[in-house]
Design a protein around this ligand. Structure first.
Ligand code: PLP
Length: 393
C-alpha cells in the first residue's frame, strides 16, 4: 500500500517538466540548434559576480559553520541582512525574527499551506492563470484549491468572481505577481482593492483570511514597472520569496517566508510555519548558500537579455496576429491560441520543434506559455515558426 497522493503526483509528474525532458531527448536527436525550447523557467543569465565573490568568501570562513547545521529558521546573518534590506526598501519595519528561511519558494509555500490548514474543510483560492503546484500543495493536505477564472483581458483580478468564491472555509488567497505564466504585474489599485476585500471578508468570516504572496519574480520587472509590496496593503500577508530567479540560482534552493508582525497572532503563525516545515523533513536550508546570500541579498543579475527577448517577442507576435498579455515582469509570455485550443496549438508547434506549454495546466485552456529565459538567438529563430503556425502552414 502506498500513499495515494504521493503515487498520483509521482506518477503524473508535471506537464512542464515532461515537455522539458522531451526537449532534451529531441535535441540529442536533431541538435540543440534546431529546437526552440521555451518550456521551462530556468534562468539563462549567469548569477551576478557578487554571488560568486560571496561563495568564495564563505569558503574561507570557519568550515564548521559553513558546512554545519544552522538554526531551523535560518542563520543569523541572513535574517539580519533581510530585515535591514526589506525595511530600507519597502518602508515597513522588519526584524530577523520575521523571517523563516526555506529551500526555495516551493518549500515556503508548502509550509504556509500546511500551517493554514486546520481541517479538511479548508479552502485556498488561486487566481487563474496560476502556478500548478498550488494544487499539489493543497490537495495533499486534504484541503481544496478553488480557482477563480482569469480576467482574460488585463490579467488583473476579477473581483466579482473572487468575492463570490470566498466563504467561511477560505483560509487564504494566493497571488503571484509578477505572474507565472502571464508575466503580468498587479497594479497598486489591484493590490489595494484586494486588501480591502480580504479585510471585509475576514470581518464577515470572524477569522483572518490570509494573503499568500508568492514572489519569486519580484525583482524581475521591465520598463521601470514597480511591484506593489503586498504587506503594505493587507496586514495578514505571508510573503513567500525565493532567490531562484533573481539570483539565477534555482538549483541552490533558497527562499523564505516573511511573517510581518502586523499579522494576526504572528508568533503562532511563525511557529506553525516552522512546525509545517518540520513535518516535511526540513532541517535547515543549505548553510553555505544561506551564508553566501547573506553577503549579497540585494544583488541582481544583468537582465538585459530577458528584456531584449521580451521586447522582440512583444513587437513581433502581436504584429503577426497573436493576442498577448502584457508581460511587465518575470520571463514568460502568455497568449491566446490562434485557433482556440492551447493543447492542439502546442502540438502543432511541437511538430515544428517549438516547445510551448499548453496553459490548461495554469487554468486557461485557450492559452499557452513560452518561457523566454533563453538565448536571443532562440527567440530570433522562433519568429518564422510562429508566423507559419498562425498562418496554419
Ligand atoms: N512559485 C512560482 C510562481 C514559480 O514560478 C516557481 C518556480 O518556477 C516557484 C514558486 C518555486 O520556486 P523555487 O525554485 O524557489 O522553489
Amino acid at each position: 500500500m502506498l500513499n495515494e497522493n504521493a503515487l498520483k503526483y509521482g506518477s503524473q509528474g508535471s506537464a512542464i517538466r515532461a515537455l522539458f525532458e522531451y526537449g532534451r531527448q529531441r535535441a540529442a536527436v536533431v541538435g540543440k540548434e534546431k529546437i526552440c525550447d521555451f518550456s521551462l523557467g530556468n534562468p539563462s543569465v549567469p548569477p551576478p559576480r557578487a554571488l560568486f565573490a560571496a561563495f568564495e568568501a564563505v569558503l574561507k570562513e570557519d568550515p564548521m559553520a559553513t558546512h554545519g547545521y544552522t538554526s531551523s529558521w535560518g542563520c543569523d546573518e541572513l535574517r539580519a541582512a533581510l530585515a535591514e534590506s526589506l525595511t530600507r526598501r519597502f518602508g515597513m519595519t522588519f526584524r530577523p525574527e520575521n523571517f523563516f528561511i526555506t529551500a526555495g519558494a516551493a518549500a515556503a509555500l508548502t509550509a504556509c499551506f500546511c500551517a493554514l490548514t486546520p481541517d479538511r474543510d479548508t479552502e485556498f483560492i488561486a487566481l487563474a492563470p496560476y502556478f500548478p503546484e498550488y494544487k499539489v500543495y493543497s490537495e495533499t493536505l486534504g484541503a481544496h484549491l478553488k480557482v477563480v477564472p482569469a480576467d482574460e483581458k488585463e490579467f488583473q483580478i476579477d473581483f466579482a468572481a473572487l468575492e463570490a468564491a470566498i466563504n467561511r472555509n477560505t483560509r487564504a488567497v494566493v497571488i503571484n505577481s509578477p505572474n507565472n505564466p502571464a508575466g503580468v504585474v498587479y497594479t497598486e489599485e489591484t493590490v489595494r482593492k484586494l486588501g480591502e476585500l480580504l479585510r471585509l471578508k475576514s470581518r464577515e468570516a470572524g477569522h483572518p483570511i490570509f494573503l499568500i504572496s508568492d514572489e519569486p519574480y519580484r525583482e524581475l520587472t521591465y520598463g521601470g514597472v514597480r511591484v506593489p509590496f503586498a504587506p503594505l496593503y493587507y496586514e495578514n500577508t505571508l510573503v513567500c520569496y525565493s532567490w531562484s530567479k533573481c539570483l539565477s540560482m534555482p538549483g541552490d534552493r533558497l527562499g523564505y517566508v516573511l511573517i510581518p508582525e502586523q499579522t494576526a497572532e504572528w508568533r503562532q503563525v511563525f511557529a506553525a510555519v516552522a512546525g509545517a516545515s518540520r513535518m516535511i523533513g526540513h532541517v535547515c536550508a543549505p548553510s553555505i548558500v544561506q551564508k553566501a546570500v547573506a553577503k549579497c541579498v540585494d544583488a541582481m543579475p544583468d537582465l538585459t537579455v530577458y528584456e531584449r527577448n521580451r521586447n522582440l517577442l512583444l513587437e513581433a507576435l502581436p504584429a503577426m496576429g497573436y493576442e498577448c498579455a502584457r508581460p511587465d515582469g518575470a520571463f514568460y509570455l502568455f497568449f491566446r491560441a490562434p485557433r482556440g485550443d492551447g493543447a492542439s496549438f502546442c502540438e502543432e508547434a511541437k511538430a515544428k520543434d517549438l516547445l510551448a506549454v499548453p496553459a490548461a495546466t495554469f487554468g486557461c485552456p485557450n492559452h499557452l506559455r513560452i518561457a523566454y529565459c533563453v538565448d536571443t538567438a532562440v527567440v530570433e529563430r522562433s519568429l518564422p515558426v510562429f508566423r507559419a503556425l498562425i498562418e496554419g502552414k
